[in-house]
Design a protein around this ligand. Sequence first.
Ligand SMILES: Cc1cc2nc3c(=O)[nH]c(=O)nc-3n(C[C@H](O)[C@H](O)[C@H](O)COP(=O)(O)O)c2cc1C
Length: 255
Amino acid sequence: MKNVTAFVASARKKHTYNSVRQFLGSVQSLGDVESEIVVLSDYNLKTCRGCRVCCDRGEELCPLKDDRDALIEKMMTSDGVVFASPVYSFQVSAIMKVFLDRLGFAFHRPRLFGKTFTSIVVEAIYGGQKSVEYLDFIGAALGFNVVKGSIVQSLEPLPEKQQRANESILAAHARRFHDRLLRPSYPVPTLFHLMMFRMGRTKIRLMLDDSSRDYTYYRDKGWFEADFFYPVRLNPLKKVAGRVFDYGAARSAKK
Ligand SMILES: Cc1cc2nc3c(=O)[nH]c(=O)nc-3n(C[C@H](O)[C@H](O)[C@H](O)COP(=O)(O)O)c2cc1C
């Protein structure tokens, strides 16, 4: 049985919440899945003060006391995660952004490998495309395997035709997500993701030292010597590309 947690970033239980319910209902009906909806506004999330202590010295030293760790624990114990947000002012809602900023250190030190991620965005008219691309990028940066998110429309009153279109978008999205959730979950990285890993880890190795949490995290995970974040078989082309990315990063670190 796989478990999926959806994080909903709207304070009212309307279109975003209902879209997530429909999506999860469809995913569950495809079999072997249980799910939970987490409404972020029911949790205590404080606004990041930008002190950088989490990034530099460790997340446990963050001066803010809120529900960040409980929410991260929910992600860590899930096989699949959904981030869902309405479009506010042409981007994700402020509640979603506050949540993402609380995860800032985890973009430096990703940890959600082997898990499936997707996003659902609700727009009235415009802004959904950028918002869904943003959330999918965030999912990849956290280490997830990303299934492209979907956008549904909520212009009120919602014409019946649009309601049916939303339902079929979410049903198709649920099938793609379910398929990925049940497949082997440590894919060979794309060239882009390989480049991000190799350049990042080489710069961390050469430019930081063990007074930095990023350095000790990468060192302790064996990432300074690894091909990628997790064991994978790179084809000969990607093996060479990986070395080129390391070399390029080392040269730019010396400048
Ligand atoms: C403060 C605010 C800003 C909004 N900005 C946009 C926007 O830029 N583009 C858009 O298409 N819809 C915008 N909307 C409409 C919401 O995306 C839409 O009402 C959505 O259904 C809200 O989600 P909910 O039903 O889950 O609360 C905005 C709504 C609010 C309250």
